[in-house]
Structures are given as structure tokens and as C-alpha cells.
Design a protein around this ligand. Structure first.
Ligand SMILES: [Fe+2]
Ligand SMILES: [Fe+2]
Ligand SMILES: [Fe+2]
Length: 327
């Protein structure tokens, strides 16, 4: 029966957000030690407290739905296999990378709660609708706090290095940007085939052309700084090992998770270019500043367009339930 399917689907979404919160707790416990700045560390510590509440509130909803909470431990162990937390394994080692990663993760959480709210609305579960709205706002606010600390993150990353190192730091950020675009090309190239619904496939299709141009622009800046192709090919291969396409085809409810993941991925790019722009300013490289500004505007637009697909993503996910096994 459709009603039971929607209800089961809602339990599954709750289980997924619970896994995401468990993973968030592990990251937030580590984060203050990597932050390299008190203002950044404090933001992580505050959000750790919030996240402990979030995990508990979601777990209580699962218990109220009669989900076997003894399996939650297994789910926590299984988190590493979930597509949506694949990049949690990137292990950021500098304040800049940590901030970019956390910014992206908060937007993945926001996407997950946007989708959860929609599933709950369709299942007629007002308590979960309210919970998703409340936690989603906390994730959005944490994303904004991180965005306000991009300057601090760059400062903290550069602090230990002397000013002669700004050039190699700039090349390192450009190399990362190139690697991320290589990954984006892979995601966007495979995405339309597995998107499962036209709205998302269209966004991917349109953003693919933009992304090719972005990678070309970043390559140009790398060449201007004397960084040869071998250097960015190596970076591309390192990122390519994530093989996102394989993750997604293995997921039963692909459309919603893919949309959520793509939203988070665009925010990883947004953070990357926000940091690159700041490093380029310090390195007195106005051309790279201009490239970063142009690209970040495109990434923001792509992210907004993906956020415009949440309803369609939920339609597609639930249509998939009717058409075939939910997995
Ligand atoms: Fe959270
Ligand atoms: Fe969060
Ligand atoms: Fe992008």
C-alpha cells in the first residue's frame, strides 16, 4: 500500500539523518583540534553541543516509530559506506580544508533535512516535519557561521608559513580546485543518467558546460604560476579514486540522495573558491581573484538550482517505491 511505503520511506530517511549526525559527531569532536584558531574552534564546539541534541531527537523519533534502535549501532558502523558521507573520508588536515569540508557537510545535512521534511509531510507526520525544520535551521546557521570564518580559516592556514610561501599556497589551492573540477566533471557526466528525474538531469546538463570552462580557467591560472600538467593530473587521479558514480548506482533511493550529495558538492566548490580568492588576494594575483569570483557565482547558482529540485526529488523517490522494490 502506498501509505505504508511512504511510512517506511520516512523511517529510512530518519535512519539516514541519524547516520549523518553520528558521523557529524565524530567530525566535530576532531575539528577544534585542527581549527588552528579560537573563533573557528568555538564554532565547532558550539555545534557539537547542538549536534548531540540533534542525534538524540532523531533517535527518539526512530524509537517512537518502533524502529529497532539496537540496530542503530550497526548503522553507525555502516556510515562509511553511505554515498552521502563519502567525502567525510577526505580527512582535512588544515584549517582551510577543514572549514571547506565542514561548510559542505552542513549543506549536506541541510539537504537531508529538507528531504526529510518533505517525506514527513507526505506521510502526515507533523512531529518529524517540525523537527526537520528546526534542525535544518541549525545546520543552515552553522553553514553561515563557517562562511563568516573563511577569512579566519585562511589566516590560520597561512599563520605557520612565512610570506614567501604564499605562492606555493596559491598553487596548492589552484591544484585542489582543479582536482575538484575533475571530480565535478565525473559527477555531472554520470549524473544525468542516474538522476532519475528530469529537473536534476537538466541542472547537471547545464552545469556540465560551465564546469568544463571552469576547469579550463583554473588550468590557465595554474600555467600562469608555472605549474605543469603532471601536477594537476596527479591531483585529478587522487580525487578520481572516490569514484562517485559507483557509489550512487548502488543506492536504492538514488534521486534524493544524488540531489543532496550534489548540493553538498557545490558547497565544497563554493568554499574552495572563497578560500582561493582570499589566498589570491594575499598573493596579489588579481587574475586569479577574478576567476574565483566568476566561478563561485556559477557554483552558487548551480547550488540554488539543485535546491529547487527537492520536491521533484521526493516525487521521483516515491515514484520509485511504487514502480519497484524500495531496497
Ligand atoms: Fe546535524
Ligand atoms: Fe551540522
Ligand atoms: Fe560546480
Amino acid at each position: 500500500m502506498p501509505d505504508r511505503s511512504i511510512d517506511e520511506q520516512l523511517t529510512k530517511y530518519l535512519t539516514d539523518v541519524h547516520s549523518i549526525e553520528v558521523q557529524a559527531l565524530a567530525q566535530l569532536e576532531r575539528a577544534p583540534g585542527i581549527a588552528g584558531d579560537d573563533r573557528l574552534a568555538a564554532a565547532f564546539r558550539d555545534h557539537l553541543e547542538e549536534t548531540r541534541d540533534q542525534e538524540r531527537l532523531v533517535r527518539e523519533q526512530l524509537e517512537a516509530r518502533g524502529a529497532d534502535t539496537s540496530t542503530l549501532k550497526d548503522i553507525a558502523g555502516r556510515v562509511g559506506g553511505l554515498a552521502m558521507v563519502a567525502f567525510a573520508k577526505l580527512n582535512p588536515d588544515t584549517p582551510g580544508k577543514l572549514t571547506a569540508h565542514a561548510f559542505s557537510y552542513e549543506h549536506m545535512e541541510l539537504a537531508a533535512y529538507e528531504l526529510l521534511a518533505r517525506a514527513a509531510r507526505r506521510a502526515g507526520d507533523q512531529a518529524v516535519v517540525d523537527l526537520a525544520g528546526r534542525i535544518g535551521e541549525q545546520e543552515r546557521a552553522m553553514g553561515e557561521r563557517l562562511a563568516e570564518r573563511f577569512d579566519v580559516a585562511v589566516e590560520a592556514s597561512l599563520r605557520e608559513k612565512d610570506t614567501d610561501d604564499i605562492e606555493s599556497e596559491l598553487v596548492s589551492y589552484l591544484t585542489d580546485a582543479h582536482a575538484i573540477e575533475a571530480q565535478a566533471l565525473q559527477l555531472l557526466g554520470t549524473g544525468p543518467k542516474i538522476a532519475g528525474f528530469d529537473e536534476l538531469a537538466d541542472v547537471f546538463q547545464e552545469h556540465l558546460g560551465e564546469t568544463e570552462e571552469q576547469q579550463r580557467l583554473v588550468e590557465e591560472r595554474l600555467r600562469a604560476h608555472g605549474a605543469g600538467p603532471s601536477r594537476f593530473q596527479r591531483a585529478g587521479m587522487r580525487m578520481g579514486a572516490l569514484n562517485l558514480g559507483a557509489f550512487f548506482t548502488a543506492q536504492p533511493d538514488t534521486p534524493a540522495k544524488l540531489a543532496g550529495f550534489a548540493y553538498a558538492f557545490e558547497h565544497l566548490e563554493i568554499a574552495g573558491y572563497e578560500l582561493l580568492r582570499r589566498v589570491a588576494e594575499r598573493a596579489n594575483d588579481p587574475e586569479t581573484v577574478a576567476v574565483a569570483e566568476r566561478i563561485v557565482a556559477e557554483e552558487r547558482r548551480a547550488a540554488e538550482r539543485i535546491a529547487g529540485t527537492w520536491d521533484a526529488a521526493m516525487d521521483a523517490a516515491l515514484a520509485g517505491l511504487v514502480a519497484g522494490p524500495a531496497g
